[in-house]
Design a protein around this ligand. Structure first.
Ligand SMILES: [Fe+2]
Length: 213
């Protein structure tokens, strides 16, 4: 029995896992280079996507509404899809997700070219299980990917966290990517891209995965 004034202990609960890896090494580096070239080429060639981006105030170019599957257009994207599915399986295993014997497959893959001063507001990825982003060009001071505590809407009277509180206790967690950084998270997790303060565009591929037999 402890003394009444003795300190108790904390039991961390309800973890939110964010998976991060770097696609490095010779073959990965070559793939990232080809993906970056393919993204930039599509940003130039895809008139429909350019027009959609302009009409909807997207600060750059996205292929999301205009190109159902970039893998049909460029082999580099086709090569990437199984890599993403493999990494997603590693994430699911580490996060101890019960996939019910099903496999994670990439169901959407799209290009984001964010121009200087561009940002993307907070959002979730609907109708999917896991989501992620792979960065192919990250000029210095281009935006961070900032994740938001999913419980934020319930924190009406919760005190702010101390500035030096442990990272997993912070309300917002910014990740500064590099070329080749691959991030994965559960699709309900809200994220935003902070303003690109670089002089050139940042280029990335975002994707959703779902469970299939
Ligand atoms: Fe996103």
């Amino acid at each position: 029995m402890k003394d009444i004034s003795a300190s108790g202990s904390l039991m961390p609960a309800f973890a939110t896992d964010i998976y991060k890896t770097e696609l490095a090494g010779t073959s990965a580096d070559s793939l990232v280079t080809r993906l970056d070239t393919g993204c930039r080429r599509m940003a130039v060639d895809d008139r429909e996507g350019q027009q959609w981006s302009k009409r909807n105030g997207y600060p750059g170019y996205t292929s999301y509404p205009s190109v159902p599957d970039p893998a049909d257009v460029d082999d580099a994207f086709a090569e990437l899809k199984p890599v993403l599915a493999y990494q997603a399986a590693l994430f699911a295993a580490q996060a101890q997700l019960d996939l019910g014997g099903k496999k994670l497959r990439v169901t959407r893959l799209w290009i984001n070219l964010l121009e200087p001063n561009g940002a993307q507001p907070s959002h979730i990825h609907t109708h999917s299980v896991l989501s992620g982003t792979l960065y192919t060009s990250v000029p210095e001071n281009s935006g961070k990917l900032r994740f938001e505590d999913p419980r934020l809407g319930m924190m009406m009277h919760a005190p702010a966290r101390l500035p030096d509180a442990r990272l997993y206790r912070q309300t917002f967690i910014p990740v500064i990517p590099q070329r080749g950084t691959l991030l994965l998270w559960e699709s309900w997790l809200r994220q935003e891209i902070t303003t690109n303060l670089a002089t050139g565009p940042s280029v990335s591929l975002s994707f959703n995965l779902n469970l299939e037999n």
